[in-house]
Write a protein that binds this ligand. Sequence first.
Ligand code: C2E
Ligand code: MG
Ligand code: MG
Ligand code: MG
Length: 274
Amino acid sequence: RAKKLGKNQVCYFEDEMQKQFLYRYKVEHELLDAIVKNQFTLHFQPVMSTNDNNSLIGFEALIRWQIDGKLHMPDNFIEIAEDSGAILKIGEWVIENAIYQLSFWQQTNKQLTMAINLSAVQLSDVNLIKTIKSALTKHNVSPNSVEFEITETAFLEGSDTVINMLNTLRVMGCGIALDDFGTGFSSVSHLQNFPISTVKIDKSLLLLSTDKKTRSLIKGLSLMLHSLELNIVAEGIETEDALVLCRELKIHKLQGYLLSRPLNIDNINDKYFN
Ligand code: C2E
Ligand code: MG
Ligand code: MG
Ligand code: MG
């Protein structure tokens, strides 16, 4: 194909590849320093109940990377951090800081919860449980108020290590949420074979909640999840339509720009804690 496009295009592709390679190399390198340089920060997206007044249930911690005044979003660096192994240290930083922040907000409301995203790589880290336990103890937070979000890539290996890890977390009292459900492989058997307490319906479905077929799909998923007695969260609530649909389907919890965007700590404090 490249040949047919002529010499200039070939050079263009090579340039692009070189650029991408250099970008990855640079990011990989900088990620290693980012923790000591204090460049990571957490934003928190409120998780609301589906009742009429959309009361606050807790938050999801979402990482951001600040360099030179710019805020980099996780989709631009998490994968690179996973490939390079830096995600293990970054993940520890997230666990420690999200649980610390929860302990602070629980001084006002003990019922508040925190959802923390875990990469598949972290589930084979022998130190993960130790990291979580020590953060919970140090900040005097009950395991029941913390939920770990994983995606289906964690199951692709289907390894016993992963199942053991998830079981240990469940036995401790932590929740396990399957994130981004309804995209990718979404094998229903995962719901049977893995110790999951919550399923988060992917935002790509809710963003299309006015489409007839998509509505049916969301309805079908929600019926299935209800009959499995799982907690259901819908993410990507941007419209009143999506909100009404979730109420009809008795989906338990909601996240989305209509209710609140992810906010920094100061903004959360202003909005909910004064
Ligand atoms: P996720 O866990 O599925 O998080 C939800 C993403 O959807 C967040 O993007 C959030 O800002 C965005 N979102 C929330 N409500 C809406 C809405 O109404 N409409 C739209 N269009 N988007 C909405 P964000 O913060 O850019 O994070 C992207 C992904 O990066 C996360 O997806 C998660 O997979 C990953 N991630 C974020 N923080 C961490 C972390 O600390 N560790 C790991 N391993 N992954 C993380
Ligand atoms: Mg998540
Ligand atoms: Mg998600
Ligand atoms: Mg995601």
